[in-house]
Design a protein around this ligand. Structure first.
Ligand SMILES: Cc1cc2nc3c(=O)[nH]c(=O)nc-3n(C[C@H](O)[C@H](O)[C@H](O)COP(=O)(O)OP(=O)(O)OC[C@H]3O[C@@H](n4cnc5c(N)ncnc54)[C@H](O)[C@@H]3O)c2cc1C
Length: 433
C-alpha cells in the first residue's frame, strides 16, 4: 500500500498498516518526517517546536499513541502563574482574563456563552449534517450570530481577539455550525476552553511522536518523493512522482493537507468525493518562536500568555525561555510585506511593548511561514460559512481502495485529528483486505 504524506496522519496510518502485515511505503515530499510538527534542538538540549505543540485530555487517539510510543506527557502552559497580557490597539493591559470595562459587559459574555453552549449541545460532532437546522447554522458566521443575539460590542471584540489568537481566522469567517461542532467534540459547555484543548504536551517534544514512528518505519519512508498524480482502480492503483517515476499498489492512503491535495491530479475517484475534498480550506498563518536564556516575561509579572491586536495574535511559553507566537491570517500579509532582514525588529518591538525591554534580548527568533510553505499551504483547518454543507457528509470517509486521512478530515484539525484519522484509515484498509 502507498501512503502519500509523512505527517502524523500518514505515519500513524503506515505504522498500523505495517503492524497489520501490509507491505507499505510512505511517499513524503520533504527530506524529513512530521509535516506540521517540526522541532529544532538547542545546544543546551531544549527541544523547540516550530509547529504543533499541545493537546488536551479528550485527544484520546493522540494520547494513546504517545503511550504506545513510550513518550511522556506533562502539563503545558495552561495554568502558568501570572497575568495574561492583552495587547490592544489603545493600550497594553495585564489581567487575569479579558479586561471588560464593566460588570454588565462580563455578565453579557456569560449570557451569550450560555446560549452558545445550549446550541452546541444539540450538534453531533460526528454528524453535524443531521442537525435539523444544519444549513441555516452553517451559513451564519459566529460574528453574525453574536450580533443576532445582541451581544455587546465588547463581547464581540473579546471573542474576535480570542479567535485571532488561535489564528484560525476571524469570527466573521467562522461557520457557526463548524464552531459548534468543534465545541461539541470537546464536550464544552461554552466557548473554546484551553484546558480541554491545550493543557498537555509531550515532554520530549511533540515532534518526537512523528520522529519515533518514522524511525520504526525506517526505509519504508521515501523522502523527497513529491506525488503529482494518483490513479485509483480496484484492479490496482498507481502514483506518479515528480520526475516521472510511477509506483503501483493495491490501495492508496492519502494523508495530504487540503491545499497540496488540490495540486495532485487524482483520477478514478467519484467527482463528488473530489469536490468535497477540494472544498475544504485552511487558515494561513505563521509561527514565530523567540528564544531567551530565561523567561524574561516574568520580570513584568506576565505569564507569557498574550492575546493581541498587533502582528502577533498570541504568545505562550513553550518551555523555560522559549516563547511561541502565532501570526494570524489577517496579519500574515503584514508580516510577509516586511523584508526578511527587518522581521526580527518588528517582533522585538512588539515583545518589548508587551513584556518590557529584556524581551528584546533574544538569542534567536525563528520564523516558520506555514501559510506559504508549498507542502502545507496553510496552518489549520478553517470552515467558512457554508463550508460544512459544501464539504458534506463525505468528510472523513473513504472510497476503497482510496483512503483519506489527515487532520483536516476530523472536526477541526489538530494533532488529534491527524492521528485519529490516520489510524482509522489504516483500520479501514486492513479491514477491506
Ligand atoms: C504553527 C502550528 C501550530 C500548531 N499547533 C498545534 C497544537 O498546538 N496542537 C495541535 O493539536 N495541533 C496543532 N497544529 C496542527 C497540527 O500540527 C496539524 O494539524 C497536524 O500535525 C497535521 O498532521 P497531518 O499529518 O494531517 O498533516 P501534515 O503534518 O501537514 O502532513 C502532511 C505531509 O504531506 C507531505 N506532502 C505535502 N504535499 C505532498 C506531496 N505532493 N507529495 C508527498 N508528500 C506531500 C508534507 O510534506 C507533510 O509531511 C499546529 C500546526 C501549526 C502549523
Amino acid at each position: 500500500m502507498l501512503v502519500v504524506g509523512g505527517g502524523l496522519a500518514g505515519l500513524a496510518a503506515a505504522r498500523d498498516l505495517a503492524a497489520g502485515g501490509a507491505d507499505v511505503v510512505v511517499l513524503e515530499a520533504r527530506e524529513r518526517p512530521g509535516g506540521r510538527v517540526e522541532q529544532i534542538r538547542l545546544d543546551d538540549g531544549r527541544p523547540v517546536q516550530l509547529g504543533g505543540e499541545v493537546v488536551g485530555p479528550f485527544h484520546t487517539a493522540y494520547l494513546g499513541l504517545v503511550e504506545e510510543l513510550g513518550l511522556t506527557l506533562e502539563a503545558s502552559y495552561v495554568g502558568v502563574p501570572g497575568q495574561t497580557t492583552y495587547d490592544l490597539v489603545e493600550d497594553v493591559v495585564r489581567s487575569d482574563d479579558w479586561p471588560f470595562a464593566t460588570a454588565a459587559e462580563r455578565a453579557d459574555y456569560e449570557r451569550v456563552e450560555q446560549l452558545y453552549g445550549a446550541l452546541a449541545a444539540a450538534v453531533d460532532p460526528d454528524d453535524p449534517w443531521s442537525h435539523p437546522d444544519a444549513a441555516r447554522l452553517d451559513c451564519v458566521s459566529l460574528g453574525s450570530w453574536l450580533r443576532s443575539v445582541d451581544a455587546l460590542p465588547s463581547v464581540v471584540r473579546c471573542l474576535e481577539t480570542g479567535a485571532i489568537a488561535l489564528a484560525d481566522g476571524s469570527i466573521e469567517r467562522h461557520s457557526l455550525l463548524a464552531d459548534l461542532r468543534k465545541s461539541a467534540a470537546a464536550c464544552e459547555s461554552g466557548f473554546y476552553d484551553y484546558d480541554r484543548w491545550e493543557s498537555l504536551q509531550v515532554a520530549e517534544g511533540s515532534a518526537e511522536v512523528a520522529a519515533s514512528m518514522a524511525a520504526a518505519l525506517g526505509d519504508r519512508i521515501r523522502y523527497g518523493a513529491v506525488v503529482e498524480a494518483v490513479s485509483v482502480s480496484v484492479g490496482g492503483c498507481s502514483v506518479r512522482l515528480r520526475g516521472g517515476e510511477s509506483l503501483g499498489a493495491e490501495a492508496v492512503v492519502c494523508a495530504l493537507p487540503v491545499g497540496p491535495l488540490r495540486d495532485v491530479a487524482v483520477d478514478g475517484v467519484a467527482p463528488e468525493r473530489l469536490a468535497s475534498l477540494h472544498a475544504q480550506r485552511h487558515a494561513l498563518a505563521a509561527k514565530v518562536v523567540s528564544l531567551f536564556d530565561r523567561s524574561v516575561w516574568t520580570d513584568v509579572g506576565a505569564n507569557g500568555l498574550l492575546e493581541g491586536e498587533g502582528v502577533l495574535g498570541s504568545t505562550w511559553p513553550q518551555r523555560d525561555g522559549v516563547l511561541s507566537a502565532l501570526v494570524p491570517p489577517q496579519r500574515l500579509g503584514a508580516l510577509l510585506s516586511i523584508p526578511d532582514a527587518d522581521r526580527v525588529s518588528v517582533v522585538h518591538e512588539e515583545l518589548e511593548r508587551m513584556y518590557g525591554a529584556a524581551a528584546r534580548e533574544t538569542q534567536a527568533v525563528h520564523f516558520r511561514l506555514w501559510g506559504t510553505d508549498p507542502f502545507t499551504q496553510g496552518y489549520v483547518t478553517q470552515w467558512w460559512p457554508g463550508d460544512v454543507m459544501r464539504v458534506g457528509p463525505l468528510h472523513g470517509t473513504h472510497d476503497p481502495p482510496f483512503y483519506v486521512c489527515g487532520s483536516d478530515q476530523w472536526v477541526a484539525g489538530y494533532m488529534e485529528g491527524a492521528v485519529r484519522t490516520g489510524r482509522g484509515a489504516a483500520a479501514a484498509a486492513l479491514g477491506a483486505r
